[in-house]
Design a protein around this ligand. Sequence first.
Ligand SMILES: Nc1ncnc2c1ncn2[C@@H]1O[C@H](COP(=O)(O)OP(=O)(O)OP(=O)(O)O)[C@@H](O)[C@H]1O
Ligand SMILES: [Mg+2]
Length: 458
Amino acid sequence: MPFKMDEEGRNKLIDSVASHKREFEGLLHPLESLTPDKPAVFISVGGGELGDLAITSAKRLYGGASGGVKTVAFDRYQGFPAQDAADASEVFNMMDGELLEKYLKKYVPDPSAPHAIYLEVEKIDTYRAFRLGTEKGYKVMSTPFGPLVCMDRHATKIMFDRLKLKRVDWEYANDDRGVHEAAKDFGLPVIVKPVMTSSGHGTSIVKTKAELDTSYAHAVEHARGIGDEVIVERYLPELKAMGTEITQIVVRHFDENGKITDSFLPPIEHKRPGAAYHESWLPASISGSAAEACKEGAQKIADFMGGIGVYAVEQFVIGDKVYNNEVANRPHDTGLVTRWMLNMDEGGVQLTSTIGLQLNPFSLEISRQGVYGVAHVVLAPPDIEGEMKVSGWDSSRLSALQTKGVRGDFWYFGKPTAYQGRRMGLAVAFQRDLELARRNAEIIAHYAEGCISYGGTS
Ligand SMILES: Nc1ncnc2c1ncn2[C@@H]1O[C@H](COP(=O)(O)OP(=O)(O)OP(=O)(O)O)[C@@H](O)[C@H]1O
Ligand SMILES: [Mg+2]
């Protein structure tokens, strides 16, 4: 690691962002035209549903390799969603920096040729990706240092404070005592999170002293990264009771003058019973002034980080108050709903912007006027043991819902195996009334869950 990941190292990382940004943006150029003889190469490192949305957009929007955009997708298992849609694919452990470099170089031997590398998943050798971007000229988007800042909760919070952004009160702790001290400062409840995590792994909402005693060990045990640090935040009970959550996506892209500019997707609203993504919709129901605050926070972050491509900023909204929570320097799972609700979905936006093409602001407008479009996750059952093969899915049964007046759609990802609660697809429903759309999306999702059958170990 170039930075020791303690408080001082993280501050140095944030200090270095401005100079990295200048250097990296100096390497980026608009792509004037697409040439089938020498296609731009778009590589999705990770090929789940978010990668699939970007990879398929190359064909949908630009005619694929014969139109001038060749796609490549990597993942760790055969049969991953983007594999059959991509022009080429590789299956390997992306945490292995040697292999990651080898395969990137296989498809982009000359980093000065038009290409873009989209880091779709977090479980990759991010430091190798950083070095390939900063030392060898590879176009790791949105920036090669993005994952170092955005995947590290402590570094992200330091960035928020530098930018004077509103966020929940937080402290970091290196041991049990530190967690107790932070809890004393804030008062219970607090939420204790590993520095590196996602989908709530290792996170606990602490309401009692007894829970506090085990929260540090739990966070460290389930952390994704190395180190023994945790983040303690003041818990906002009013978020679930009367607030809502937003993902504000900003895209940095070239404009008609060849300058990098920011454009905004409409705020995407989401609610979650637990910590993981469950349902999201467009348009959002927040107030105009909350929407402005969401946009302002997201713009400051994207401008600070720089590069080109998508930044997705997670925000908590309570009335007109907006708290910035996390940042992803890539498309976001709550944004999958853009496939149905925007003129161009977030995958197309990521591909278009990162290969250096201009983006038409009209692409970011809502396509279905007068309705709410709600997406709801379709999950594998909670009682699966280990990893199981998917033995089939019966799409014809879904049509039964039409007769019940449920209006919607279903996207099946085609993953070859499942484990407990794995995301297998996405249901979507459209209605003028938001609550009805949410109920309908849930009906489709639960019905679809029953159409997938599992059998045998993989
Ligand atoms: N301080 C807080 N107060 C109230 N609720 C919170 C707080 N922090 C997190 N949450 C709830 O927990 C969810 C997950 O938190 P967060 O995004 O920080 O963790 P995560 O593990 O990275 O999750 P994901 O990968 O799904 O984004 C939030 O979307 C929110 O619903
Ligand atoms: Mg989150």
